[in-house]
Design a binder for this molecule. Sequence first.
Ligand SMILES: *Cc1c(COP(=O)(O)O)cnc(C)c1O
Ligand SMILES: [Zn+2]
Length: 416
Amino acid sequence: MSYVKGLRCRMCAREYPKTTSYVCEYCFGPLEVVYDYEGIKRSISRDSIQKGPRSLWRYRDLLPIDGEPQAGFYSGFTPLIRANNLARALGVREAWVKDDSVCHPTFSFKDRVVSVAITKAKEFGFDTVACASTGNLGNAVSAHGAQAGLKRFIFIPADLERGKIVASLIYKPTLVAVEGIYDEVNRLCSEIASRYQWAFVNINIRPYYAEGSKTIGFEIAEQLGWKAPQHVVAPVASGSLLCKIHKSFKEFHAMGLIDKPRTRIHGAQPAGAAPVYLAFKAGSDIIKPVKPVTIAKSLAMGNPADGVFVLETVKETGGTMDEATDEEIVAGIQLLAETEGVFTETAGGVTMAVTRKLVQRGAIPKDDSVVICITGNGLKTVEPLAEAIGKPFQIKPNIDAFEEKVGRHLRKSDAH
Ligand SMILES: *Cc1c(COP(=O)(O)O)cnc(C)c1O
Ligand SMILES: [Zn+2]
């Protein structure tokens, strides 16, 4: 059963059939999926969702597929952690961590979008999937595409972290490291997409692909006991995720699953790749591209596709934005690890650091509750941590060596 009616331009609202077009022929605006919400409303309920699979496909009526899911059978439905230690450290009444650092199988929220994109690519009859990636997307396309039996072409900036490169190569895609920034990789991919019959998940499949991000918001609302949170802090690269979280709460409300959402949605960017934050701060609607310089490589986009929609969403919901320096990113990673035992990547460090700032400056009031979106896993981005985390004690294998090097650091009460 499919509730997808077609595509519609997000700028001028012109309608298109459900094909692999992705930009409006008239105004060059991005296209978005149009659903038959009346039909969905008749079929969906809290109960039907709860009886569904423990994956993102429990929300399939609100996802843009026509047939059965063909990838990501175990993706999504990640923990929403009640983060009491973190709340105390931040000085806020209640904090929750939406932990996509353990999303199956590639440890980032990109498993969600790619599950939808690969299913769509198969529906359209493609035998090859491709993407322009800052790392995590490449990992997810490589893995899910392998499982689905598709050929894969992954394009990344050449200077990515070792962990992100290995976590693509292991699945044997064709990995192309482009000597340039992400925005150049993306531009190159648009040209390649016009020449080859490939499903570029974040180019010609993008309207469908992006819908997968809604599932993180659906889960947050369901896991909070069918209600939207007071505050959400989300990282911003292209800006798609932040906008889709907003859309997820609106859709759940329209389907009668939750009360009217009053969630303030806040955006986090790394200083050095913060074009949306800079426009927000300047009170401008125009996003000036930047050349990214940051350790948060998964967020290093200089010219974000959905930047203007992020500005709209943040303003409409009463949210705000901020940025995090490299030092603050590392401190944010450490804070989450030390308080909640969750090891996130640099993007998560950005989200953590910005959350801390927003509480400090009262944009998230101390009596409120906040959900922090942790979108990727720390084991993929160990390089920037080398100096901050110190080294293990190294000893010879005998008790004297232990006493000498480690024992004298222990308190008396630890020994007996
Ligand atoms: C891609 C990515 C994001 C940002 O996603 P957009 O939808 O492009 O804004 C955030 N965190 C991580 C870890 C990512 O890989
Ligand atoms: Zn248009």
